[in-house]
Design a protein around this ligand. Structure first.
Ligand SMILES: *Cc1c(COP(=O)(O)O)cnc(C)c1O
Length: 232
């Protein structure tokens, strides 16, 4: 089996091929991989680690799993978990309501910091998925732009699971359009410089459609073993 370092190198090579000279950030989606394996990915030079569950993130952070790499939260965010993430996660990628923006702003104000976030978009309008509907994204950006302690860095999406990466393309293209449209409005205090989309199965298609941040799990760590408890 190839090592994590070999996998990271292979993913990097594929990213470079797809990116044609553009810079694309590689986030290692490390759910269900223990601290030692996450450290291997960090040592192999991933640009960030992305974690799905707050509890797992806190445990692995306490074990110094992410030292040397920025830490992103990429999972579904519950309101009562905001307090644990603000100031711990460098980027919260999965903010999907004005209420969360408000709670993050309040917590960040209390800690005296500015929290970078992405807004998650439910680009496939799936009932079972979280994320803002596309028609609600711009007003949420405008709402966040008024908040002193939140900075919207861009958008994130997970398109519907398709039979092939090509099935994701129209969703990625729709995301790019939304991203460029809102970035062009130049809201105050809103860099809008990150478009996070693409996973192991479809990151090349995402990059071709404008992603500058991809979240890759199994292509780095191997298939996840769902028979084991999370974080072990
Ligand atoms: C697990 C996960 C990924 C990575 O998925 P792979 O298919 O293993 O690359 C990316 N984004 C999110 C939000 C995830 O939960």
């Amino acid at each position: 089996m190839p090592s994590i370092a070999e996998n990271v190198a292979a993913v990097r090579a594929r990213i470079e091929d797809a990116a044609g000279g553009r810079r694309v950030l590689l986030v290692a989606a490390s759910k269900m991989n223990d601290a030692a394996r996450v450290r291997e990915a960090v040592a192999a030079g991933v640009d960030a680690c992305g974690e799905n569950r707050v509890q797992e993130l806190l445990e692995k952070n306490a074990a110094h799993a992410y030292d040397g790499a920025p830490l992103h939260f990429i999972g579904h965010l519950q309101k009562n978990k905001v307090k644990y993430l603000v100031g711990t996660a460098d980027l919260i990628e999965s903010v999907d309501s004005p209420e969360l923006v408000e709670l993050i702003d309040a917590r960040a104000a209390k800690l005296g910091l500015v929290q970078d976030i992405l807004l998650e978009v439910n680009i496939g309008r799936e009932a079972a998925k979280s994320g803002l509907m596309r028609e609600d994204v711009e007003k949420t950006v405008a709402f966040a732009a008024e908040k002193e302690h939140v900075r919207v860095r861009g958008l994130m999406a997970i398109p519907p699971v398709g039979a092939s990466p090509e099935d994701s393309r129209p969703y990625f293209a729709a995301m790019r359009e939304l991203f460029i449209d809102i970035a062009g409005k130049k809201y105050d205090n809103t860099p809008m410089d990150l478009l996070s989309m693409g996973m192991s199965g479809d990151f090349e298609a995402a990059i071709a459609e404008g992603a500058n941040m991809v979240r890759v799990g199994s292509a780095i760590f191997g298939a996840r073993d769902y028979s084991r408890p999370a974080g072990r």
